[in-house]
Design a protein around this ligand. Structure first.
Ligand code: DLZ
Length: 157
């Protein structure tokens, strides 16, 4: 199950990578799907003991990513769900987490899988959560992209 337009990535020889998954806690049902998809993807790739950290909300993902990326992890996967409400808070959280994760990844050179859903409704988020009935599995996708990038970068170092 991959998203519209998402490539089918083949990733090999990555069982020795140190990988951390950071997951926010808002929107529990969707988050459970994202975390399950991420852990399933890691298990499929032979990465059986990833670090899993929970942070309160998506806004806290970048600082956690920075700390982990600075402590020797080869790849970090950030999972969160932000759903539009009636105030501009949605835009601030989305902007903060997106720019923060981009900055951490570029500054540290550690790939960060972007598994943060930014949706107008909970239904949209559920459709992307990798749950039974979902059309997309964004936790799985985020892991695959991060590990594919980490293995490519390792091959040139
Ligand atoms: C405050 C807030 C709101 C309104 N909505 C969400 C959300 O939809 N998803 C999410 O992950 N976090 C949300 N938060 C919490 C912020 O990310 C952050 O945890 C708090 O502002 C405290 O720093």
């Amino acid at each position: 199950m991959s998203g519209k337009g998402a490539p089918e990535l083949t990733v090999k020889n990555c069982g020795d990578l140190r990988v951390a998954v950071i997951a926010a806690q808002w929107h529990v049902q969707v988050m459970d799907g994202l975390v399950d998809g991420a852990l399933r993807a890691l298990s499929d790739l032979g990465i059986d003991e990833p670090t899993l950290l929970r942070v309160p909300g998506s806004f806290e993902l970048p600082v956690a990513a920075k700390v982990l990326a600075s402590r020797g992890y080869d790849a970090v996967v950030a999972l969160g769900v932000v759903i539009r409400g009636g105030t501009p808070h949605f835009e601030y959280v989305c902007q903060g987490v997106t720019q923060g994760l981009t900055q951490v990844s570029v500054d540290t050179g550690v790939p960060i899988g972007f598994g943060v859903l930014t949706c107008d409704t909970e239904e949209q988020a559920l459709d992307r959560a990798g749950l039974p009935g979902s059309n997309e599995d964004k936790g799985h996708e985020a892991v695959t992209a991060a590990i594919a990038t980490a293995t490519v970068l390792r091959s040139v170092s």
